[in-house]
Ligand binder design. Structure first.
Ligand SMILES: [Zn+2]
Length: 241
C-alpha cells in the first residue's frame, strides 16, 4: 500500500478483502477529496497527485440496466473500485441500480441531467440542467453530489462558477479510450487503452459503463492494466456536511 501526504488531499488506506489476492488487479489505495470547488484531470485542469503507473477508473453515462451490471461484475471480479458519473435522467430511471453501484463500494458523481452540450445552451438552461441533475442525485443517494463531469468535457464559465460555488469537484480526465462506437471490438478497445496508457503513464481514465462494447470488454481492459503493472487508485469524497 502506498501512503503519501498530498496537499489539499486527505488520504486513507484501503483494506483489501481476503479473497482479493495478488492475482487480482485490486485497489491499491483511496484518495478522499475534500468537498471544495477543485478541478482535476490534465486534459483541462491540474493533474491529480498520482504516482507513475497509478490510474483512476471512471465510467460515464450510466447507470444502464443493460450494461452497468456487467461493468460491476468485471470490477468485482478484480476487486477494483471506480467512480461513476451518472446522468440525472438515468438516476431517475434506475435508482436501485445507482444505489447498487455505490453499495458495491464505488463512488458516484453527476454527469449532467440529459447530457447536452452545455456550451450551446444559455446560462439559464445550463444552470437548470445542473439543478435537475443535483436533485436527481440527492433523491437517490440522500446527499449532495460531490463531483461533476461535463458532457463531452465541454466546460463553460457559467457552470465552472456554479460548481465552484457549490463546492462540487470538477472531474476531467487524463486519458480515454474513445469508447462510443457501437462496432468497437474488445481487441480495438484494448489496443486503444494500451496506447493511451503508454502515452500518459498515469491518470484518470474515462470509459463509459453505458456503452455495450466497453461493458463487454472490461474484463480484458482490466487485464491490460494488470499485465502492464498499473495500480488502481479509488477516488472518494468527504461526507457531505
Ligand atoms: Zn458522457
Amino acid at each position: 500500500m502506498i501512503r503519501a501526504l498530498l496537499p489539499m488531499l486527505l488520504i486513507s488506506g484501503v483494506a483489501s478483502a481476503a479473497e482479493c489476492g495478488p492475482d487480482r488487479l485490486q485497489t491499491e489505495r483511496t484518495i478522499v477529496l475534500k468537498r471544495e470547488g477543485a478541478a482535476y484531470g490534465a486534459h483541462q485542469h491540474t493533474a491529480l497527485s498520482l504516482a507513475k503507473g497509478e490510474v483512476v477508473l471512471t465510467f460515464d453515462d450510466g447507470p444502464s440496466p443493460e450494461n452497468t451490471p456487467l461493468v460491476l461484475k468485471a470490477l468485482a471480479d478484480q476487486c477494483a473500485k471506480a467512480t461513476f458519473f451518472m446522468e440525472g435522467r438515468n438516476l431517475r430511471r434506475s435508482p436501485e441500480l445507482a444505489r447498487r453501484v455505490v453499495g458495491e463500494g464505488h463512488s458516484a458523481g453527476i454527469h449532467s441531467d440529459t447530457h447536452p452540450n452545455l456550451s450551446t445552451l444559455s446560462s439559464e438552461q445550463q444552470l437548470d440542467d445542473l439543478t435537475r441533475s443535483r436533485a436527481a442525485y440527492k433523491a437517490v443517494f440522500g446527499s449532495e453530489t460531490p463531483a461533476y463531469r461535463f458532457p463531452f468535457l465541454e466546460e463553460t464559465p457559467t457552470m465552472l462558477a456554479a460548481l465552484k460555488q457549490a463546492n462540487i469537484t470538477v472531474a476531467s480526465i487524463d486519458l480515454g479510450i474513445n469508447d462510443w462506437i457501437p462496432e468497437d471490438t474488445t481487441a480495438v478497445l484494448a489496443q486503444r487503452l494500451n496506447e493511451s496508457l503508454d502515452k500518459a503513464g498515469r491518470g484518470i481514465i474515462l470509459m463509459h459503463d453505458a456503452n455495450g462494447p466497453t461493458a463487454k470488454a472490461l474484463p480484458t481492459l482490466l487485464k491490460v492494466l494488470k499485465d502492464k503493472g498499473y495500480k488502481v487508485v479509488h477516488l472518494e469524497w468527504e461526507q457531505a456536511p
